[in-house]
Design a protein around this ligand. Structure first.
Ligand SMILES: Cc1ncc(COP(=O)(O)O)c(C=O)c1O
Length: 472
């Protein structure tokens, strides 16, 4: 062990959070309609599988793009050799136009200020490397995407200080909450370098209001710090109020182009959610700060987007007729799924935070807790994972301030599977209410793993509980 680096042996990547452990449990017993009908249903994965048919139809109609041909001629050799870390200009142009389109063309983006990265994961980490030194802090509203512990902190040595948000106002960001987080960082002798928000929020599925965005911009302006707006879900907004980008509010506020606040707002984007292509690893940083753009471009050689992927997607995103239709249809489908989940849970007496975006709902199960504690949340989570057979993500893994909230994803499965998930949860609530806490279904090969699972469960509980203690 002593021959390995600190990075390898330290714990700050957060891989042992219940968020990732839920995935591991799912892998051991995945649901399959035919082969494993009693298996676990994966509701902890924010994947968008609702519009593959649209992408596949486009691919069938445009065979040259995937076959690396241009005007009927092969460009294989050109793409095989291309390795400029500035990216293919045609792809960057198509991507900035797509980003504008999603924002109702209220903002325009300059492709010279765009840096391509291997997904938003790489974009967020690269920005941390550019903006923070080891031990510097970024403030993040809670609850937040569990991957940020790994992406922002692990390799950079930066710290996250939570902005504590509460259900009493729908987890909205308030002036006092930001100020408290800032004071907290100072108490811990951490230099605050910025605020990072996800808009729309993962895990809340809500968009930031203009008021919140104005509050954030005023704050970063006054404190002379950065704002990173991770807008990876910007194309998933399926209901009003519509999406407002940080760039739009920045423009509205009428800062002079010379004002350095322009250089302190950075956007993160990716095609993992809006196009449902996390395997393609396509992300981007957009920044007005030329030094950040230059440094991030150099750093992007650690995580480039392959040239054939860029070529294929530049053709797809340049097809305006297609992108317009795709986005509208995808949003309609997301809304339908969202409504199915909300109504299904409603039938079981479980309500969700009102939401208008994303691939998940933020589910309120506080009334199902045996006590108002994170221990009780873990207990309930274990029951939902092992007895109900659903992997959802507990709020504590998203650093939620209140126990009893869970994130449930709805776009990574078929409608039938989502209906089954709703039936299972309903049966669980009925049984719980009748005082019968017995196992609802026990997959055959589960019994052999029971003792192992008990050990695992205790471990999860301990980890999450310790995490919370540290945070508070
Ligand atoms: C808010 C947020 N940022 C970043 C990511 C990482 O996305 P990517 O697959 O593009 O790396 C995710 C993925 O779930 C996310 O929810």
């Amino acid at each position: 062990m002593e021959l390995l680096s600190e990075k390898v042996t330290c714990n700050s990547h957060g891989q042992d959070s219940s968020y990732f452990l839920g995935w591991e449990e799912y892998e051991k017993n995945p649901y399959d309609e035919v082969k494993n009908p009693n298996g676990m249903i994966q509701m902890g994965l924010a994947e968008n599988q609702l519009s593959f048919d649209q992408l596949e139809t486009w691919l069938a109609q445009n065979p040259d793009a995937a076959a690396m041909r241009k005007d009927g001629e092969s460009i294989f050799r050109q793409l095989a050799l291309f390795q400029d870390y500035h990216g293919l200009p045609s792809f960057k142009n198509a991507l900035v136009q797509f980003m504008s389109e999603i924002r109702g063309n209220k903002v325009t983006f300059d492709s010279n200020k765009l840096v391509l990265t291997a997904g938003a994961t790489s974009a967020n980490e690269t920005l941390m490397f550019c903006l923070a030194d080891r031990g510097d802090a970024f403030l993040l509203p809670t609850p937040y995407y569990p991957g940020f512990d790994r992406d922002l902190k692990w390799r950079t040595g930066a710290e996250i200080v939570p902005i504590q948000c509460w259900s009493s106002n729908g987890f909205r960001i308030t002036e006092s909450a930001i100020e408290e987080a800032y004071q907290e960082a100072q108490k811990r002798n951490l230099k605050v370098k910025g605020v990072l928000v996800t808009n729309p929020s993962n895990p809340l599925g809500t968009t930031l209001t203009r008021q919140e965005l104005n509050l954030l911009l005023t704050f970063i302006d006054e404190k002379r710090i950065h704002l990173i707006s991770d807008e990876i879900y910007s194309g998933t907004v399926f209901d009003s109020p519509g999406f407002v980008s940080a760039m739009e509010v920045l423009t509205e506020r009428g800062y002079a182009k010379t004002d350095d606040v322009w250089n302190r707002v950075h956007i993160v984007y990716s095609l993992s959610k809006d196009l449902g292509l996390p395997g393609f690893r396509v992300g981007a940083i957009y920044s007005n700060d030329q030094t950040v753009v230059a440094a991030a471009t150099k750093m992007s050689s650690f995580g480039l987007v392959s040239s054939q992927t860029q070529y294929l997607l530049s053709a797809m995103l340049s097809d305006k007729k297609f992108t317009k239709k795709y986005v509208a249809k995808n949003q309609k489908r997301l809304k339908k799924r969202h409504d199915m989940l909300v109504n299904g849970l409603g039938g079981a007496g479980i309500r969700c935070l009102e939401s208008n975006a994303g691939l998940f709902c933020w589910v309120d199960m506080r009334h199902l807790l045996s006590s108002n504690t994170f221990e009780a949340e873990m207990e309930l989570w274990k029951k939902i994972v092992y007895q109900v057979g659903l992997n959802i993500s507990p709020g504590s893994s998203c650093h939620c301030t209140e126990p009893g909230w869970f994130r449930a994803c709805f776009a990574n499965m078929s409608e039938d599977t989502l209906n089954l998930a709703m039936q299972r949860i309903k049966a669980f609530v009925v049984k719980s209410n009748s005082g019968d806490h017995g196992i609802l279904h026990s997959p055959k090969h589960h019994s052999t793993k029971n003792s192992k699972r008990k050990g695992f469960s205790k471990w999860v509980f301990r980890l999450s509980f310790n995490d919370r203690q540290r945070e508070r």
